[in-house]
Write a protein that binds this ligand. Structure first.
Ligand code: NAD
Ligand code: TYD
Length: 370
């Protein structure tokens, strides 16, 4: 039986991980530490909290005193660090918040684990797993092979640079203090509970509410889409099977240009409205409610500064050594995701009721993105 501390568990991937873990390992104790930034949402965990399956603590990973006290009280043997500022566009507007949480916060957590676990951490089966991103490797040329674990780091955005710095700190703690750490660098995740600042949920909500679908630049940037449930399974395999000190790349194996992925979402929403007349009454501003196509909302807008052209991950090593294979095909994963948002309107209405509308208006104002 493990005792897990999951940081950032109220965010998109962390919440999916908590649902996954409590179903797969019901005997384990799971404590979530999350400061509930704009991206954290207790509604994503409500069912698990109410059922006593996880225990929620509000706090900042950068607060050494709070983290130290929590480790002393809960005595976790496993830390899974999801907590981060995660949106590239916000990192371009305000890099400092990314350094505070992603770099300093990770170091505070590493130091607290080192002090709590002591020099025998590895022998006692402790593990610090750090969740990172393929963005640390920078942008790939159109015909280049996918990132491997030995691709040199070349981060482009402040977000990617902060994640790269955190990875280096994790490795430094593993090397210097023998802290038993693992790292996973994964590609773009999608699925339930994703905050609608990221491309897919933003477009799904805009399709339902009749807002334009902002395509940065020519829309031919390529991402490697990974369903979040596959990502959670990969982390489980790493915790169960990987020796400490290892890094694992995790990709979905589905590379597609943004404009094609957004087109797929338009077609899925059009088909859902055609199959269910109630949707036109619930979402009267959607083009599909009037028999039109969501594709009419696609609009090219000014490109993101320093926009990485392509990411793709070579998952060969985790497949060969740990037996991981992403099982969700993009078409099926996108369809399931669209249906999740259609059937969880309460969740996303609560999420967009806060500062989201103001942020959205600023971010996508005509003068900001002509
Ligand atoms: P998210 O933005 O949805 O959630 C982040 C969570 O961390 C939120 O609940 C937030 O409240 C919490 N948080 C932020 N600062 C905190 C702090 N100082 N202390 C405690 N909690 C804090 O992010 P996500 O998409 O779920 O990403 C999770 C992790 O996976 C991140 O480390 C991210 O870099 C990494 N990642 C994400 C993707 C992706 O496609 N979403 C891809 C690769 C890697
Ligand atoms: P995003 O979901 O922000 O993830 P990341 O930047 O970490 O890859 O963006 C995915 C891709 O979609 C990226 O190439 C930027 C692009 N994009 C748009 O074209 N329009 C948008 O409104 C957003 C949010 C992203």
């Amino acid at each position: 039986m493990r005792r897990l501390l999951v940081t950032g568990g109220a965010g998109f991937i962390g919440a999916n991980f908590c649902h996954y873990w409590s179903a797969a390992h019901p005997a384990d104790r799971v404590v979530v530490l999350d400061s509930l930034t704009y991206a954290g949402n207790l509604a994503s965990l409500a069912a698990l909290i109410d059922a006593g399956r996880i225990h929620f603590v509000r706090g900042d990973i950068g607060d050494a005193e709070r983290v130290g006290a929590l480790l002393a009280a809960e005595r976790p043997d496993t830390v899974v660090n999801f907590a981060a500022e995660s949106h590239v566009d916000r990192s371009i507007e305000d890099p400092a918040a990314f350094l505070r949480t992603n770099v300093t916060g990770t170091q505070v957590l590493l130091e607290a684990a080192r002090r709590a676990w002591g020099p025998e951490a590895a022998q006692r089966g402790c593990r610090f797993h750090h969740v990172s991103t393929d963005e640390v490797y920078g942008s790939l040329a159109p015909d280049a092979a996918g990132f491997t674990e030995s691709t040199p780091y070349a981060p482009s955005s402040p977000y990617a640079a902060s994640k790269a710095a955190a990875d280096h700190l994790v490795r430094a703690y593993a090397h210097t203090y023998r802290l038993p750490c693992t790292i996973s660098n994964c590609s773009n995740n999608y699925g339930p509970y994703q905050f609608p600042e990221k491309l897919l949920p933003l477009c799904i909500l805009n399709l339902l509410e009749g807002r334009t679908l902002p395509i940065y630049g020519d829309g031919l940037q390529i991402r490697d889409w990974l369903h979040v449930s596959d990502h959670c399974r990969a982390i489980d395999l790493i915790l169960e099977k990987s020796p400490p000190g290892e890094t694992w790349n995790v990709g979905g194996g589905t590379q597609e240009p943004n404009i094609i992925v957004v087109g797929r979402l338009c077609d899925l929403i059009d088909a859902a409205f055609a199959a269910d007349a109630a949707l036109a009454r619930r979402f009267p501003h959607s083009p599909a409610a009037r028999g039109g196509s969501g594709r009419s909302l696609m609009q090219h807008v000014r490109d993101r500064p320093g926009h990485d052209r392509r990411y793709a991950v070579d998952s060969g090593r985790i497949r060969a050594r740990l037996g991981f294979q992403a099982g969700t095909a993009l078409a099926a994963g996108l369809e399931a995701t669209v249906h999740w948002y259609l059937s969880h309107e309460d969740w996303w209405q609560s999420v967009v009721s806060g500062e989201y509308r103001q942020w959205y208006a600023r971010q996508y104002a005509p003068q900001a993105r002509p």
